[in-house]
Ligand binder design. Structure first.
Ligand SMILES: Cc1ncc(COP(=O)(O)O)c(C=O)c1O
Length: 424
């Protein structure tokens, strides 16, 4: 499938130059069709019904989970928890690090040993580059469990290196959370090398990766990274509908993680004063109540669609577009570019910039009103890093153009011309 083929499935591309894929990606029509089919042909709750369309809905949802686990993340289906978004995935992990797992065992209803034994010396480490969704849950967790919260400062270009982690990880570091790629700087990080450094400094330390800007934009592989958790936004790179996301949790951990919610769908049995959570499918312990069936169906269809494109082809196309944009704007006077500009080894398809004398929101509004170019402006939910970049008071953040497979060189050319006009 070529980018032009994908555009035929995205009517929005006929009206706009859509460059806000780091926030959410428009949903191609075959994925919408799959969701409409559910409403029109087999609209029933899953797991509980004996009649044929309920069985069909259950089978399609099961297949969707397999699709995401096996073909997007390369993990076992019982290691994939379906969530509302990346943010919920992080909060689920924070909950399970704070609350020991409660269940009925052979001898009665009791708590399992906690995932982490917190002490006042315990450290939770994150970085200043994180999205608030991969930052606030850990600040709160540290307060709740009485641990210290420590941050790593990236380079001014938005890079995180193994050496930075080697300096801070020690035997007191119980948990580290950082990103695969940055929505605010368009950098990606060598997460496998960083995880190796963390685990060699402290094999007990748990590692959480925010993959919101990773999965769907580049090939990812849970087992190759050696992480304990990896969270995704289904509605960004993977092309699923809004309201979808997921969490990979390593098998040995998922068995001992306390689900944040309990109720229908999560149990093997319930008595008048205790319950036993289901163990036939551990990840479904997180599906309390009716799950987002339509989202699951959409996400499953999206991964099939993404695999038709080939996720490496997505990465290649984004690289070509990024290089073309940077080559075209590097020398524009009054234009400030954030993140790597020359060596694109650690760059992904998100480019941030400002025009001197303009607020970032005004640039974004002008691009929309004059050229129908849709970009995002502001702090990108990364206030600590925007403060470090010193762009909050002068520009109220920066402007971001972000790509997916369907974007074209011609669209980038229009953006280059528009920026030359605005910066003149
Ligand atoms: C790096 C990063 N992490 C987390 C999030 C939050 O994702 P979601 O909105 O799916 O919860 C985003 C969203 O932009 C992001 O870019």
């Amino acid at each position: 499938m070529m980018p032009e083929d994908m555009r035929r499935d995205l009517p929005i591309t006929q009206q706009y130059i859509y460059l806000d894929n780091a926030a959410t990606t428009p949903v191609p029509s075959p994925i919408i069709d799959a969701m409409i089919e559910y409403f029109e042909e087999y609209c029933a709750n899953i797991e509980r019904g004996a009649y044929s369309i309920a069985a069909r809905a259950s089978d399609i949802c099961d297949a969707a989970r397999e699709e995401v686990a096996k073909r997007l993340l390369h993990c076992d289906v019982e290691e994939f928890i379906f969530t509302r978004n990346q943010t919920q995935a992080a909060n689920f992990v924070a909950y399970s690090l704070e609350h020991p797992f409660l269940n009925r065992w052979k001898t009665g209803f009791k708590f399992a040993p906690p995932l982490v034994k917190w002490t006042p010396e315990s450290k939770i480490v994150s970085t200043l580059l994180e999205h608030h969704s991969n930052f606030m849950p850990w600040i709160r967790l540290a307060k709740h469990v009485g641990a210290q919260f420590q941050t790593i400062t990236p380079t001014i270009e938005g890079r995180l290196t193994p050496e930075m982690f080697a300096e801070v990880i020690d035997e007191d570091t119980k948990f580290v959370a950082f990103q695969h790629a940055s929505n605010a700087m368009g950098t990606k990080h060598d997460i496998a090398a960083i995880i190796r450094v963390i685990k060699s400094a402290n094999p007990q330390c748990l590692v959480f990766i925010d993959g919101a800007q990773g999965a769907g934009h580049m090939p990812v592989d849970m087992k190759a990274y050696g992480c304990d958790f990896y969270s995704i936004s289904g509605h960004k790179g993977p092309l699923g509908p809004p309201g979808t996301g997921g969490l990979y949790a390593r098998e040995e951990l998922i068995q001992r993680m306390a689900p944040a919610e309990v109720g229908g769908g999560t149990i093997a049995s319930v008595t008048d004063n205790d319950y036993m959570l289901r163990s036939d499918h551990r990840a479904r312990r997180w599906d309390a109540g009716t799950p987002n069936i339509i989202g699951l169906i959409g996400l499953g269809a999206a991964i099939k669609y993404l695999n038709k494109i080939g996720v490496q082809n997505v990465a290649n196309q984004e690289h070509v577009l990024t290089k073309h944009l940077l080559d075209g704007i590097r020398d524009i006077p009054n234009l400030l570019i954030y993140g790597p500009k020359e060596d694109l080894t650690w760059k992904v398809g998100a480019i941030c910039f400002n025009i001197q004398g303009w607020l970032s929101h005004d640039v974004s509004l002008a691009l929309d009103s004059q050229w129908k170019i849709l970009t995002r402006a502001g702090h990108h939910c990364c206030q600590p890093f925007m403060k470090f970049l010193d762009v909050l008071s002068t520009y109220q953040g920066n402007v971001r153009a972000s790509f997916h497979y369907f974007n074209l060189i011609e669209e980038v050319d229009t953006l280059i011309q528009a920026l030359k006009t605005l910066a003149a």
